[in-house]
Every structure is written in C-alpha cells, then in structure tokens.
Design a binder for this molecule. Structure first.
Ligand code: UD1
Ligand code: UDP
Length: 381
C-alpha cells in the first residue's frame, strides 16, 4: 500500500516515528508530507536525526501565521501532493492544524483518513486543538484511539465501533524504543543545553515545559506560575523553552525575571533523546503539554499539569497527574508534597500507565492492511 502521513510539529514527528518504521518494515510505501509549521532546527530537523527518520518527500513550508492563514496554506499544499501521489490512505496524528488540514483535504478527495490518537476530548472548545480534534474525527474512516475512554467519546458522537481500534498511544512506542539509547550515550553527544548542565549529578530536578496559547499568551497566568517557581528554590528547574513562550515572555518582560533566578536553567528546546534522559531523571514534571502528561506516567515521574482541564483524564484518574492550573498556591502545595512526602510521591510514581504496551504502531499498520483487504476503507459512513 502507499501510506501517506501529514505532520508539521515536534510532537507529531515523535509520535509518528514508530508508525513510519512499521510502514517501511512491513513493506509499504511511505509518502511523508511535512507542512513546515515547525521549522526551527530544534523544533523539527533534530527529531528526524535523533529518531533516524526519512527526509520528507514534500515540505510545504507554511511557517507561522494566524490559524486561518496557516491552515489554508497547508490545505492548498497538501491537496496538490495528494492529487499527484494518490495514496491509499492518509494518516494524521493528534490535534494540530496539520491534522485539520490533512483530514479535510483527503476526505474531500475520497482518500480514507486514519486518525492516530483519535477520540481525545477536553470538552473545552476555546482550545484550537479541541476544534481540530472534533473536525478531524468527522473526516476520518479509521480511528486509532489510545484508551477505552477515547473510544467511548467517539461512540457517544455516533462513530461506529467497527471503525474504532484501541491501540495504545505511539508515545509509549517512542519512549520504550528510545529510553535505553538515550541513556547509553556519552555526555559529548548531548545537545548544547544539556551539556552545560551536569544533570547526572543533580538532585530534585523539575522539568518545566509550557507553550499552550491559553497559558503563555496570558500575562497573569504566566506571572502566577513564575511566582511559584521563585519559591521552589530548593529544586533545579530545567526549562527547555518553546519558541512561542520565549517570544511572549520577552514581550511581557518576564523572561529575565525567570532567567535571573539561580535555581532556574532556561535552555533551547532539546532533541528527543536528551529530553527523555532529562525527564527520566526528574522528580517532577511541570507542564501544559499533552505529550508530556503521557510520557510522565509512562516513565513513572509525577506530573503537575498547568491546566484546568485535560484531554488525558486517564493520567489523573490513574493517580500520576494532578491538574494545578496556574494557581501559585496549588502548584506550590503539590510540588512540596511530592518533595517532602515520600508516600505521596511513590503513589504518584506507581500510577499504572493507561497508554498500552508500546506496540501501537504495529497494531495500526496491521489494522490498515486488514481494512484494505476487507474494504472497510471504502465503506461509506
Ligand atoms: C503547535 C500546535 C499545538 C502543539 C504545539 C507543539 C496548533 C494549533 N498548535 O503550537 O497544538 O501542542 O505546536 O509544540 O497546531 N515558532 C518559532 N519556530 C518554530 C515554530 C514556531 O519561532 O519552528 C514560534 C512562532 O513565533 C509562532 C509561534 O512559535 O508564531 C507559535 O507556533 P505555532 O506553530 O503557531 O503553534 P505552537 O504554539 O507551536
Ligand atoms: N520534547 C522534546 N524536547 C523538548 C521538549 C519536549 O523532545 O525540549 C518532546 C516531548 O518528549 C514530547 C513532545 O516533545 O514527546 C511534546 O511536544 P509539545 O509539548 O511541544 O506538544 P504537545 O504534546 O503539547 O502537543
């Protein structure tokens, strides 16, 4: 089969890596289309190097822009490629603008769409990602859902159970395939940011990431978070900063305030191998990232999520993740409990990973092969 993938951002590259491997291992033709939404070396190319991925067949170079402009350019570019290449199926992953653009264009060309990480819902339609999830799921034919909860969300929206496949999340594939590799490297193979820090001899590491519009474009929320970080002076806070966040913090005059704290180390975004190493050595992950909530529970690291809702509720009910919003006192109270109360920390660490065994990609490609044979891909509705 000719299997196309549209991706455009850091998490999509990481989460589709095992899918690309399986497509090639099982003898199919891979057609890889990069939208160019993420374009800095440390947001895109470095992941192709770390994960040994093929160079994309096409790059649409959409760059940054408003949602409408960015999605429109992606749609035009993707349509042109799909008309020329006529793949048997198009796979999209997650909830970015690439997912929306790819799913809309392919479904109108009657190319079946497989949505990897389908069915997640935050039920918060102010998030651009929630709109993308809902729209992509309307356009899809095969739904690869990470958990039973996501399958139920789709079933409630009227999607036939015959099209929904619980595979686990490919983030577990990525973690399991790369953790040992990341640990076995010499220090001189680390990115510049990690080389400068002696993480092997550091205790109490708190890894921080944040990039979501609702967190980092809001000065009050950012200020509350920084006030909490100021008080966590007995931790080593390592913050590989997303380019969006660097820009907004500079605009709000908050970057230097955080960067000047001796216990805070702001570094450029690091490659996947470095990042896995860093989080596996962390005592706490403080984040608003979707993927990090999943990686934290996969690697048994307590997560505090800087949001008031999550489309990953399984991590919270399992006990590995607490939603702390951007409330200074709630962040501090929970961080202190993880640091000072061993039983509390151990309970969080022992939360069961709900995202499968690390064989999600293999299951998906087998399901696609089977669906092609039994004509499910051609079925209407
Ligand atoms: C996007 C996704 C988000 C995902 C995140 C992963 C959408 C709507 N958002 O958010 O769901 O969680 O990627 O990281 O698709 N920038 C650079 N260099 C780059 C990329 C971006 O400097 O390589 C800066 C630009 O100023 C840009 C801003 O970051 O305007 C935001 O980038 P954008 O791609 O619009 O959204 P993300 O915040 O990265
Ligand atoms: N990540 C990385 N380097 C970094 C920060 C994050 O490799 O400096 C990885 C992380 O392991 C996870 C993914 O990027 O797999 C998450 O991406 P992001 O938080 O940008 O997006 P989201 O998951 O929220 O969509």
């Amino acid at each position: 089969m000719k299997i196309a993938i549209v991706l455009g951002t850091r998490p999509e590259i990481i989460k589709m890596a095992s899918v690309m491997d399986e497509i090639e291992n099982r003898g199919h033709e891979l057609l890889l289309i990069h939208t160019g939404q993420h374009y800095d070396k440390e947001m895109s190319e470095n992941f192709f190097i770390d994960l040994k991925l093929p160079t994309p067949n096409y790059n649409i170079h959409v760059g940054s822009g408003s949602h409408g402009a960015q999605t429109g350019k992606m749609m035009e570019g993707i349509e042109e490629v799909l008309l020329d290449e006529k793949p048997d199926i198009l796979l999209v992953q997650g909830d970015t603008n690439a997912v929306l653009a790819g799913a809309l264009v392919a479904s109108k060309l009657h190319i079946p769409v497989g949505h990897v990480e389908a069915g997640l819902r935050s039920f918060d339609e102010t998030m651009p990602e929630e709109i993308n999830r809902l729209a992509a799921d309307i356009c899809s034919k095969l739904y690869f859902v990470p958990t039973e909860e996501s399958a139920i969300n789709l079933a409630m929206e009227g999607i036939s159970r015959k099209r929904i496949f619980i595979t686990g999340n490919t983030v577990v594939d990525a973690c399991f395939r790369n953790l040992e590799i990341s640990k076995s490297r010499d220090k001189d193979q680390y990115d510049e940011g990690l080389q400068e820090l002696d993480i092997d001899n550091m205790d109490n590491i708190l890894t921080l990431t944040m990039h979501r519009a609702e967190t980092v474009d809001d000065k009050e929320r950012l200020t509350n978070i920084i006030e909490a970080l100021e008080e966590l002076s007995d931790m080593n806070i390592i913050f590989p900063i997303h380019p969006r966040t660097k820009k907004t913090m500079e605009n709000f005059n908050l970057f230097d305030r955080l960067n000047d704290l001796p216990h805070v180390h702001i570094i450029k975004p690091v490659g996947y191998l470095d990042f896995l190493l860093l989080i596996s050595k962390s005592t706490i992950i403080l984040t608003d990232s979707g993927g990090l909530q999943e990686e934290a529970i996969t690697l048994d690291v307590p997560a505090l999520t800087l949001r008031y809702n999550t489309e990953r509720p399984e991590t919270v009910t399992a006990g590995g993740n607490i939603l702390v919003g951007s409330d200074k006192e709630v962040i501090l109270e929970n961080a202190r409990k993880i640091l000072d109360d061993e039983d509390f920390a151990n309970r969080m660490k022992s939360a069961k990973n709900p995202y499968g065994m690390g064989n999600a990609a293999e299951l998906m490609i087998k399901i696609i092969e089977e669906s092609d044979k039994n004509d499910t891909l051609k079925m209407v509705a």
